[in-house]
Design a protein around this ligand. Structure first.
Ligand code: AMP
Ligand code: MG
Length: 314
């Protein structure tokens, strides 16, 4: 790809102008930064895959600013899908719904479905409204890397490759949206754990299942994800750490003082908010190993465990 100047801006209008010229830009959401293109621009959609190095069979999430924008994208919404929308939109919940015929195969990888969500982030909503049509946007990171949670992370991955980054500061949740398959009302299942905890969804749909290993239902699951360059080692307790050289640590209890870089967090929410930024900082500082304390397997802890397992398996 030819190198270009990357503008860092606070102006929603400037970012929208690039989108309307069929360019792609990075923008903040409440989960992580997204790399957006207009859904009606084949040129922009192709650029998303090219810039990220994203495999063509990994479909994109479409972002809308109001419920009305759903009508051109999805059809035959069942009562459970509507219940989830009512309870969790705007918010970090992506629904897989039956797609309309107009959906480009570049967006849904020819699956006939559509992944869609309404973000809960003022700048994101203003941007989509300004452009006037929904935006396809995967996470704004090179494929396989941790998602970006600060504009600085987007520059690290895409400086010179995209024309614009809309800077909204740090994202709130720090982990991606929860992806729920809603095609069949009697079989609602979670394809990817995310920023909405499992238990919150269960309160609305009591028989919802976690099915986050179904690689045919959600092609993205088969790819390497969320990995820093350093090796990620999972531990239950910091006392398990027996080598300190070039090592960093993140967890709930302090580790041995010989570990130079430590991040102590006191909640799963904070763990989620800082994890990817911590991975990137450790890479920048040249650490070889990152020890991560495993959270309890409930609430956001389940999502964190999913990301930690993926980050450590390479
Ligand atoms: P990302 O936006 O990079 O966080 O990744 C989007 C995730 O949503 C990936 O795991 C995709 O496989 C999944 N996804 C997107 N569209 C669909 C779809 N139509 N059906 C199933 N999964 C999808
Ligand atoms: Mg991603």
């Amino acid at each position: 790809m030819a190198k270009m100047h990357t503008l860092l801006t606070l102006s929603v209008r400037s970012a929208a102008e690039f989108l309307n010229k069929q360019e792609i830009i990075a923008f903040p959401t409440e989960t992580v930064y997204g790399l957006a293109g207009r859904i009606d621009s084949e040129k922009a959609l192709n650029k998303i895959f090219q810039a990220k190095g994203r495999p063509a069979d990994n479909p994109l999430i479409v972002h809308i600013y109001c419920f009305e924008q759903l009508s051109g994208l999805a059809e035959n919404l069942n009562p459970n899908a509507l219940k989830l929308i009512e309870n969790f939109w705007p918010g970090p919940l992506t629904l897989i719904l039956e797609g309309t015929k107009q959906i480009s195969p570049l967006i849904n990888a020819g699956l006939g479905t559509i992944a869609v969500r309404q973000p809960k982030h003022q700048m994101a909503l203003e941007l989509i409204e300004e452009v006037g049509i929904p935006l396809a946007a995967p996470s704004a990171n090179l494929s396989g890397k941790p998602s970006g949670t600060l504009a600085k992370h987007i520059l690290e991955d895409f400086d010179g490759l995209i024309p614009c980054i809309l800077d909204g500061g740090a994202t709130i949740h720090g982990l991606e949206s929860t992806v729920v398959n809603c095609q069949k009302p009697e079989e609602i299942n979670i394809l990817r754990l995310g920023s909405i905890p499992f238990e919150a969804l269960q309160e609305v749909i009591p028989n919802i299942k976690i099915n986050n290993n179904n690689k045919s239902a959600s092609p993205g699951l088969k790819y390497k994800h969320y990995a820093p360059r350093a090796q990620v080692q999972l531990i239950n307790c910091p006392k398990e750490i027996n080598s300190f050289f070039e090592c960093a640590y993140i967890g709930f209890e302090p580790a041995h003082q010989n570990i130079q870089k430590q991040k102590i967090i006191n909640s799963n929410e904070l763990y989620a908010a800082v994890l990817f930024a911590f991975f990137r900082e450790c890479d920048e500082m040249g650490f070889k190993t990152i020890f991560c304390q495993m959270p309890q397997p409930s609430g956001l802890g389940l999502t964190l465990i999913d990301r930690l397992l993926k980050a450590s398996s390479h």
